[in-house]
Design a protein around this ligand. Structure first.
Ligand SMILES: [Zn+2]
Length: 347
């Protein structure tokens, strides 16, 4: 079986690997599509991974075999890789903090005992049955590949505590940013303003419901001063891999506003604590997602209220295209932000 493995900084190799072995509590899944995420690009640059299975974690697949001791799953079922409900027995769960369940987090990172020794840039993987979620009818396979980033965005909106009629700003209109635009609208934002350097992505964000979109610079803050009742965003999402994104987000927030740092690692650039203190900015972090966020995202997609097809590049990559894709991504690629890999696609 073939898999694309990260073997060091800027080194992706397609290798023949052992077929995943079905174990008690696990499923064997054939990968239909795996999205290339920002964290995959970061891992490509650094060569560092939380676990081998983290490289290629935005996947949709079909269950091939069901391991012993599992009920509720069957061969042929379409599933996405997500996260388990809280385990109930780790330190966090016993303390009543199930949203930070240790084993759930390990599963998101592909660091759990049943994870394959590679991610889903592979023809087949083994997964803990507790972490897969069935795809509702009405969500096709390509769109379902966006379930994971949509769950990240849904979690961020829940974490933001945004209120009906809020003026929302989204810094960065990659896949997560474009999903945030739509989810903020669905959650009652009066306006969503986007800050994004790429003109294609600005237009995409406006097609998906943004009121206005601006490149980096003073225009967004000027628009907010003119149109906002409060000289800035009530809630500002920082959803870009740019180290200065968090600083830009703080600058776009109103006095007493909220900034949400969304699932993007890296440093905080030139952000100083005084930037937060002087205007009493509330900084909220949003890491990953919970099982409720996955259900929210999939149900909104099934109801055609969260539109993701416009975020996906029409051309699908094969495993052999990945190395070249990552090398080119450093120069930024035009068009929709999300690339899908079909691991069984011929070269
Ligand atoms: Zn737990």
């Amino acid at each position: 079986m073939r898999a694309a493995l990260l073997s060091g900084p800027k080194n992706v190799e397609v290798q023949d690997v052992d077929e995943p072995e079905l174990m008690a509590g696990s499923l064997l899944v054939e990968i239909i599509y795996c999205g290339v995420g920002g964290s995959d690009s970061e891992a490509y640059e650094s060569g560092l991974l939380a676990a081998p299975a983290w490289f290629g974690h935005e996947w949709v697949g079909r269950v091939l075999e069901v391991g012993p001791g599992i009920s509720g799953h069957f061969p042929g079922e379409r599933v996405v890789g997500a996260v388990s409900p809280p385990c109930g027995s780790c330190d966090q769960c016993r303390a009543g903090l199930g949203q930070w369940c240790k084993s759930s987090l390990e599963m998101i990172l592909g660091a759990d005992p049943l994870a394959s020794p590679h991610g889903a840039f592979a023809e087949r993987i083994r997964v803990d049955a507790r972490r897969v979620t069935r795809i509702p009818e009405g969500v096709d396979n390509r769109d379902a590949a966006l379930a994971e980033p949509a769950s990240v965005a849904a979690h961020a909106v829940v974490r933001s505590n945004m209120a009906l009629g809020d003026l929302v700003v989204v810094v960065g209109a990659g896949a997560i940013g474009c999903l945030l635009v739509q989810l903020a609208r669905l959650n009652g934002a009066a306006h969503v303003v986007v800050v994004e350097p790429d003109p294609f992505r600005r237009e995409l964000a406006c097609d998906l419901g943004a009121t206005a979109a601006f490149g980096p610079g003073p225009e967004a803050v000027q628009w907010l001063a003119k149109h906002g009742h409060c000289l800035g965003g009530d809630v500002v999402f920082s959803a870009s891999g740019d180290p200065e994104a968090l600083t830009s987000a703080v600058q776009a927030a109103r006095l007493g506003g909220t900034v949400v740092a969304v699932g993007v690692s890296g440093d905080s650039g030139s952000l100083a604590s005084a930037d937060l203190i002087e205007r009493e900015i509330t900084l909220r972090a949003s890491r990953g997602y919970g099982i409720a966020d996955v259900h929210r995202a999939l149900e909104l997609m099934a109801g055609d209220r969260l539109r993701v097809s416009g975020l996906i590049q029409s051309e699908t990559l094969g495993l052999d295209d990945l190395a070249q894709h990552f090398a080119a991504t450093a120069k930024s690629q035009p068009g929709p932000p999300k690339h899908l890999v079909a691991p069984t696609q011929a070269k």
